[in-house]
Design a protein around this ligand. Structure first.
Ligand SMILES: Cc1cc2nc3c(=O)[nH]c(=O)nc-3n(C[C@H](O)[C@H](O)[C@H](O)COP(=O)(O)OP(=O)(O)OC[C@H]3O[C@@H](n4cnc5c(N)ncnc54)[C@H](O)[C@@H]3O)c2cc1C
Length: 439
């Protein structure tokens, strides 16, 4: 059972939530810090890569930092909201967070002399600023062991139904095994719930993240931005094996080579014409039939989320957000390794700031919560409908029919009763409403 009261409540046990918890407890070891997640094992996209590895993009000197900032700005094409302060912090603080990860014992690739191996990354093929760690379960274990030693409380098996900031921060948590929702009072709440990719029918995101974080944060009063800018990787159906559109026999030869230089679809990039030509052949189920087999653009990770300041605070006092559910540091096209970097840089800042807030507040009486409406049949049918529609109309910046689908989502929202379906529809609405709209 979740405790009724903690000092800092962290929603999500992916790389962002774990980092936030660690930095919070390092800053104030006496605080009661709880990390809430869906599963007791590694969960979320952070631990989902089938290659069992993740890259983190880190600038080690001024020249790398300047280059990184220039590349991120150029890749944005002036499209998405990009906060220069957050971008500078990300460039500046990556080295310290990399040192933290090494200190925790994460298994980074090294050469025979023991030096870290710098790799190139998606959207930045000429750079050598990405460092890869292998063995994701072991990486999770490194965080878990340190957090256990610091007395962090892990609360698996619950779903946040509602979150509040203001004078009385807290969350209402519903045990997945059944039973009534449990209110938890806190002095500060950090949302680290990952992105919405699980809401799509075709997705490569990790398990244990139901995908409604945008709806939850917006309901709590956070400003949202960039929600239409998801990354999509092409994968085989079935199998979800990676498919490179540059290898497609029908790809424009003039663009195919450039398209092989990055995995995700690129917003506003010339070579995205290859993806759009493929998507023009999409069938009702969101897949494309090719000689090579059936493939689909699979939602992978989002560049959108809650708008935060330098200390990962949303505009709601006492409610912070970090990792994939926060935005402003990437722009439209995220350089490879940039999200793991963001989980560590802004996870650290969220945890540090939450510790300060918790020490300066009594947390009030705790909010009053409304009991959630649960309608399983409505939810199952509604989520299936939403997943199909998102994979057909929202992918790659929007397909013909997305306006009508947005309208249908809004109509459904008016009558939907089930709490999780409502938050999911709201998240879908943010995605559809935030599409770049070039069609
Ligand atoms: C296959 C794959 C490969 C990737 N490779 C890279 C890479 O190499 N480099 C890079 O920078 N990025 C990469 N990314 C993106 C990056 O890994 C993720 O965006 C990032 O790890 C997200 O971290 P997070 O902590 O914000 O969210 P997540 O890791 O998704 O964690 C979310 C947490 O919240 C919990 N949660 C969510 N919703 C609920 C709920 N409703 N109730 C209870 N608990 C909930 C989950 O259980 C989980 O613990 C990759 C993504 C994928 C899918």
């Amino acid at each position: 059972m979740p405790p009724s009261r903690v000092d800092v409540l962290i929603l999500g046990g992916g790389l962002a939530g774990l980092r936030a918890a660690l930095s919070c407890l390092s800053a104030a070891p006496k605080l009661r810090v709880a990390v809430v997640s869906l599963a007791s094992v590694p969960s979320g996209s952070s631990f989902a890569n089938r290659n069992d590895a993740l890259g983190v993009h880190v600038c080690l000197n001024d020249s790398e930092r300047e280059q990184y900032v220039r590349e991120v700005q150029a890749l944005n094409r002036g499209q998405a909201v990009l906060d220069a302060r957050l971008l500078a912090i990300q460039a500046e603080e990556g080295a310290a967070r990399l040192a933290d990860l090494i200190g925790l014992g994460l298994p980074f690739e090294r050469d025979e002399r023991g030096a870290l191996i710098p790799r190139s990354s998606c959207f930045s093929p000429d750079s050598r600023r990405a460092y890869v760690f292998k063995g994701l379960e072991r990486a999770w274990g490194c965080f878990k062991a340190r957090l256990d030693a610091l007395g962090c409380l892990f609360v698996p098996g619950v779903l946040p139904v509602s979150v509040r900031g203001g004078r009385e921060p807290g969350a209402l948590l519903l045990p997945v095994g059944g039973g009534a929702a449990v209110p938890v009072r806190a002095r500060a709440v950090v949302a680290a719930l990952g992105g919405p990719a699980r809401l799509f029918r075709h997705t490569m995101s990790g398990p244990g993240a139901p995908g409604y974080s945008h709806g939850l944060l917006a309901h709590a009063g956070a400003d949202m931005a960039n929600c239409g800018y998801l990354q999509y990787m092409w994968g085989t159906v079935p199998g979800k094996r990676f498919f490179q559109p540059g290898d497609w026999s029908g790809a424009d030869p003039a663009l195919a080579g450039a398209r092989r230089g990055h995995c995700p679809f690129g917003y506003g990039l010339e070579d995205s014409a290859v993806d759009l030509a493929l998507a023009a052949m999409m069938e009702q189920d969101g897949t494309v039939r090719l000689e090579e087999g059936r493939v689909a653009p699979m939602a992978h990770a989002s560049n959108g989320g809650a708008v935060i300041d330098e200390w990962a605070q949303t505009r709601v006092q006492g409610l912070l957000a970090c990792g994939e559910c926060a935005t402003g540091m990437h722009g439209a096209n995220r350089i490879g390794g940039g999200m793991v970097l963001a989980t560590q840089v802004f996870g650290h800042r969220a945890g540090t700031r939450a510790a300060e807030l918790a020490q300066g507040s009594d947390g009030g009486r705790g909010p009053d919560w409304e009991a959630p409406v649960i309608d399983r049949a409505e939810r199952i049918a509604g989520l299936r409908w939403l997943a199909k529609g998102l994979s057909r109309f929202a992918v790659l910046g929007g397909r013909p029919g997305h306006q009508e689908f947005l309208w249908d989502v809004r109509v459904r929202l008016e009558t939907a009763r089930d709490w999780r379906l409502r938050l999911s529809l709201r998240t879908g609405e943010f995605i559809l409403d935030g599409l770049p709209g070039w069609l």
